[in-house]
Design a protein around this ligand. Structure first.
Ligand code: KG4
Ligand code: ZN
Length: 336
C-alpha cells in the first residue's frame, strides 16, 4: 500500500511516498533555514508563505522520485496537529485538494506520533508496545505506546520543551539558528563539568519535566560573566548545559522504564539528533538490558516519510478525514 504524505507543521515543507508504513520510496524536504537564520528563529508568517510557494514543487518531486503515478497511490496522509497553525493549514488544505481531485482517502496524522513512527522506517523489527521519549522543539514527553495508534502520556514538560531550551541557550551565547544543532556541534570535546546547572524536578510527579529553570540559569550565567568581563567558552558552556538537559531527560526516563518494566525504549523528535543524548540513551539501555531504537539522523527532524509511516497505521485502524478536516495548533498525542 503506497501513501503520499505531506508535512508542514513548522519550517520544513516536506512530501514523501511510503510503502506499507515501512519502506521509503521518496522523501523530499524543502528547508527554510537560510531565511529564518536572519531572525534567529522561525517566523511563523514567513514559514506559512514559504510553504505555499514550495508545496507544489515538493510534492511533484516526491512523486517523481518515488516512481509512482497517482494511480499507484492508495491514500494521502497529512500532519494536522500540533504545530504553527498557519503552516499546518497549508499542508492540510493542499492535502484535502489533492485527495479530493485524485480520489484518494485522506488520513490525518498527529505530528508527535509521526516522530515516533520515524523509527518504524529504520527498524523493521520494531513493534509496540514500547516506551518512547519524544523530544522536539515544542514537546517533551515520555509516552507508553501500547499499539500503533494508542498511547498514554506518562510524563510531560510543565513549561518549556527540551528543544526550545537548547535553542534559547544557543541563542543566548550567540550561536545562529538552528540553535540546538549548532550548540551540539559547538560543544564537541567540551567539559560537561565546567559549569553547574540546577537539577530540575516536579514535586510529586516523578516523570514530569521542567526546563524553564535550566534556561534561566544559562541566561543568568552568561549575564553575570558579561558583567564581570569574563569569557565563557562556548564549548564548555554547551557541554555542561547539554549534560544538564540530558540528565534531566534521562533521570525521569529511567524511572519510567523501571517502574513500567519497559523492554524497549524509542527515542523520537528533533532533539533525538543530539549526540550526547544518543550516547547517554545507549548507556542507560545497556545498563538495564533494554533494547534501544534510535531514529537515523536524517529522520530525526521534521520530514514527511514519518508521516507516511504513521499514516499507514492510522489508515489500517480505520482513520479517515473528510473535507471538514481542520488544522489544530495544540493537541495531545493521546487524543490525536
Ligand atoms: O522535531 P523537530 O524537528 O521540530 C518540532 O517538531 O519541534 O525539533 C526541532 C528541535 C529544535 O529545538 C532543535 O534545536 C532541536 O530539535 N535539535 C537539536 C539537535 N538537532 C535539532 N537539539 C539538540 N541537538 C541537536 N543535534
Ligand atoms: Zn517535529
Amino acid at each position: 500500500m503506497n501513501i503520499l504524505a505531506i508535512e508542514s507543521s513548522c519550517d520544513d515543507t516536506a512530501a514523501a511516498v511510503v510503502r506499507d508504513g515501512r519502506q521509503i520510496l521518496s522523501n523530499v524536504v524543502a528547508s527554510q533555514v537560510p531565511e529564518h537564520i536572519l531572525y534567529g528563529g522561525v517566523v511563523p508568517e514567513i514559514a506559512s508563505r514559504r510553504h505555499v510557494e514550495s508545496i507544489c514543487g515538493v510534492v511533484r518531486e516526491a512523486m517523481a522520485q518515488s516512481g509512482c503515478t497517482f494511480d499507484d497511490l492508495d491514500a494521502a496522509a497529512v500532519t494536522y496537529a500540533p504545530g504553527l497553525i498557519g503552516a499546518l493549514l497549508v499542508g492540510v488544505n493542499y492535502a484535502k485538494g489533492l485527495a479530493f481531485s485524485a480520489g484518494l482517502p485522506l488520513v490525518p496524522v498527529h505530528h508527535l506520533r509521526s516522530h515516533i513512527a520515524a523509527n518504524y522506517l529504520a527498524h523493521p523489527d520494531l513493534e509496540p508496545p514500547f516506551l518512547a521519549l519524544v523530544v522536539s522543539g515544542g514537546h517533551s514527553h515520555i509516552v507508553q505506546v501500547d499499539d500503533y495508534t494508542t498511547c498514554r502520556v506518562i510524563g510531560r514538560t510543565r513549561d518549556d520543551a527540551a528543544g526550545e531550551c537548547m535553542d534559547k541557550a544557543a541563542r543566548a551565547i550567540g550561536l545562529p539558528y538552528p540553535g540546538g544543532l549548532n550548540l551540539d556541534k559547538a560543544s564537541a570535546g567540551g567539559d560537561p563539568h565546567a559549569y553547574k546547572f540546577p537539577r530540575p524536578s516536579v514535586t510529586g510527579c516523578p516523570y514530569d519535566f521542567s526546563f524553564s529553570g535550566l534556561k534561566t540559569a544559562a541566561v543568568n550565567l552568561l549575564h553575570n560573566a558579561a558583567q564581570k568581563g569574563e569569557d565563557v567558552p562556548v564549548k564548555d558552556f554547551g557541554a555542561s548545559y547539554i549534560a544538564a538537559v540530558v540528565r534531566a531527560l534521562l533521570e525521569n526516563t529511567e524511572k519510567a522504564m523501571l517502574d513500567l518494566g519497559a523492554k524497549k525504549l524509542v527515542l523520537a523528535g528533533g532533539v533525538s539528533a543530539n549526540s550526547v543524548l544518543r550516547r547517554a540513551c545507549a548507556a542507560l539501555c545497556e545498563k538495564h538490558g533494554v533494547q534501544l531504537y534510535l531514529p537515523p539522523l536524517n529522520l530525526c527532524g521534521d520530514n514527511a516519510a514519518m508521516v507516511g509511516a504513521q499514516g499507514y497505521y492510522e489508515f489500517m485502524s480505520g482513520r479517515r478525514a473528510d473535507a471538514s478536516l481542520n488544522a489544530r495548533a495544540t493537541m495531545g498525542i493521546d487524543a490525536g
